[in-house]
Ligand binder design. Structure first.
Ligand SMILES: NC(=O)c1ccc[n+]([C@@H]2O[C@H](COP(=O)([O-])OP(=O)(O)OC[C@H]3O[C@@H](n4cnc5c(N)ncnc54)[C@H](O)[C@@H]3O)[C@@H](O)[C@H]2O)c1
Ligand SMILES: N[C@@H](CCC=O)C(=O)O
Length: 515
């Protein structure tokens, strides 16, 4: 009997024993930096000449690991292995498949700080952000396993006296999971094990910035009893093997999380029926955001300021859910801007290995350049209030940045910057605030800070985002509590961590047995 789901608690780092345990995990991971990792295809380790070098973004000279890189021939081999594994994995009792996830969750929970420490080194997560990422990965394992147990006998439908009708779900086949680097444990694990527990087999292409944490997760899946070939670890170039596998006639579904540009391309390519393909590919395409916090005239401004700062600068603003726009009522605009500026100027930026750091680096040189370029654009479009500079001598550090008086149509108000930059604009009433919040191509997250119940209810109806929050920030959805996914060009709204998630990766089947 499976106990009811509750989310994994976050670690209290005020507690000295937790701080010490995290420090010990950092030491352990540091002692393992620089190792080489192979591909895993059909359970076999495959080493290639070409390698991906994973580097610590807080210290460019530190190599986290070197990882073999798949090419098209190896991707094809992985496809064959996954096809073969599907024959048996899809026939496993769904509860037995769920048990692999439950055991994986148990192992990951015991080694949680170690996984978090890998993310501190590999992608620059502070301990709080890394801990949340690990907790979310565990939650996905626990939640999707229970979902499969619930769905294993299908759904109740009607029958008449002379027939027995049945409605059940069956897995699709081999699917492709393409994951981003910004939640390199949680999203990578969730978008892999959701379709996997449904009985599919997976080709997993992680982001090239975070292959080591992915390999570590594969080891745990194996330890938990996952049969060979069920998840195949094939890091590589998005263009080379990503496109190849998206277009492959045997790929039954694509589960993508990443940028709008890449996501739209994958959606188009997956829609084309290839020679030899006798099905339509299913796609879950989760993309970027340009997320707004509305501050109403009667809002608790301390709550608003804390919510904006946490949502804008957590993990250096590198979240699809990050607050990058604030729309404040004209009566409180100056006050909220001042409060946010004050909090922003107090933030510490530095090496995330240091437990006192609030904000670590951004992920790589090209992101650093792109964000600073947006800051230059912002200087021409709005008023720079604080921040606006970077330092990439050792790692890719950018000061948290606030712009004021931005036009709602300015580029910094419309385009995803994916860095620690937030822009303010003012509006005269609730209608104008909601209209501005809605005036982007994205529709992922948003918040409204207000004590006016009628305004909150209006936002419930009119604020066009997949995840809307009242009187809190717009990041940090929890699996099973705030299912996650966006409207418009934020994606297909697959709602990761939601009750219908694994249904995206199954075919419902009706059987009518007439007596
Ligand atoms: N909506 C969500 O749930 C969500 C969650 C996290 C991140 N994101 C978005 O992800 C983006 C940041 O992640 P990123 O920089 O890794 O995104 P990205 O689009 O650059 O890459 C995502 C993945 O796609 C792969 N890829 C790149 N080109 C490809 C191609 N032509 N074919 C197939 N695969 C290809 C990459 O190697 C990577 O594994 C941001 O836009 C962010 O908003 C969205
Ligand atoms: N689900 C995460 C965001 C994922 C995107 O980067 C949140 O709710 O903050």
């Amino acid at each position: 009997m499976v106990v009811p789901y509750t989310h994994e608690p976050f670690t209290n780092f005020q507690d000295n024993s937790n701080r010490s345990e995290y420090d010990a995990a950092l030491q352990l991971v540091k002692s393992e930096l620089g190792k080489a990792y192979p591909l895993i295809i059909g359970g076999e380790r495959v080493t290639t000449d070409e390698q991906i070098v994973s580097v610590n973004p807080a210290d460019k000279s530190e190599v986290v690991g070197t990882v073999s890189k798949a090419n098209q021939a190896l991707a094809e081999q992985a496809m064959d292995e996954a096809q073969e594994a599907f024959k048996t994995w899809s026939a496993w009792d769904p509860e037995a498949r769920a048990n692999v996830l439950f055991r994986t969750a148990a192992i990951a929970r015991r080694r949680k700080h170690e996984f978090s420490a890998w993310m501190t080194y590999e992608i620059g997560k502070t301990r709080k952000e890394a801990d949340a990422d690990s907790a979310e990965a565990i939650d996905f394992l626990e939640y999707y396993a229970r979902q499969m147990v619930e769905l294993k006998d299908g759904e109740a439908i009607n029958s008449r006296w002379f027939e027995h009708n049945q409605y059940t779900y069956q897995p699709l086949g081999v699917g492709l999971t393409i994951s981003p680097w910004n939640l390199p444990f949680a999203i990578m694990a969730g978008t892999t094990v959701g379709p996997m527990v449904a009985g599919n087999t997976i080709l997993l292409k992680p982001a090239s910035l975070t292959p080591v944490i992915t390999y570590k997760f594969l080891e745990v899946l194996e330890e938990a009893g996952m049969p060979a070939g069920v998840v195949n670890f094939i890091p590589g170039s998005g263009r080379e093997i990503g496109d190849y596998l998206v277009e492959h006639p045997k790929t039954r579904f694509v589960n993508f999380t990443g940028s709008k540009e890449v996501g739209i391309g994958i959606y188009e390519k997956a829609a084309k029926v290839q020679p030899g393909q006798n099905f339509l590919k299913k796609t879950a395409i989760e993309m970027g955001g340009k997320d707004t916090i509305i501050v109403d005239d009667d809002a608790d401004l301390d709550l608003a300021a804390a919510s904006i700062v946490q949502s804008a600068y957590g993990f250096s603003g590198q979240k699809c859910s990050a607050c990058s726009r604030v729309v404040a009522h004209e009566d409180v605009y100056d006050k909220i801007l001042e409060k946010v500026t004050k909090l922003t100027e107090d933030l510490s930026v530095g090496d995330p290995v240091d437990g006192n750091t609030y904000m670590g680096p951004v992920c790589e040189q090209s992101a650093y350049d792109k964000i600073l370029n947006y800051i230059e654009i912002g200087k021409g479009e709005a008023r720079l209030v604080t921040g606006g500079s970077g330092d990439n001598d050792k790692g890719y550090f950018i000061q948290p940045t606030v712009f004021a008086d931005a036009d709602p149509n300015a580029r910094i108000m419309q385009e995803e910057i994916f860095g620690p930059v937030v822009a303010f604009t003012k509006a005269k009433d609730i209608q104008e605030m909601i209209d501005i919040a809605n005036n982007t191509d994205y529709g992922l997250t948003g918040s409204i800070i207000s004590n006016n119940r009628a305004h909150l209810e209006k936002a419930r109806r009119e604020f066009q985002v997949g995840n809307l929050y009242f009187n809190r920030g717009c990041t940090a959805a929890i699996v099973g509590y705030q299912p996650f996914g966006g409207f418009k060009l934020s994606g297909t709204d697959a709602k990761a961590g939601g009750p219908g998630y694994i249904l995206h990766f199954m075919d419902p089947k009706t059987v009518c047995d007439q007596f």
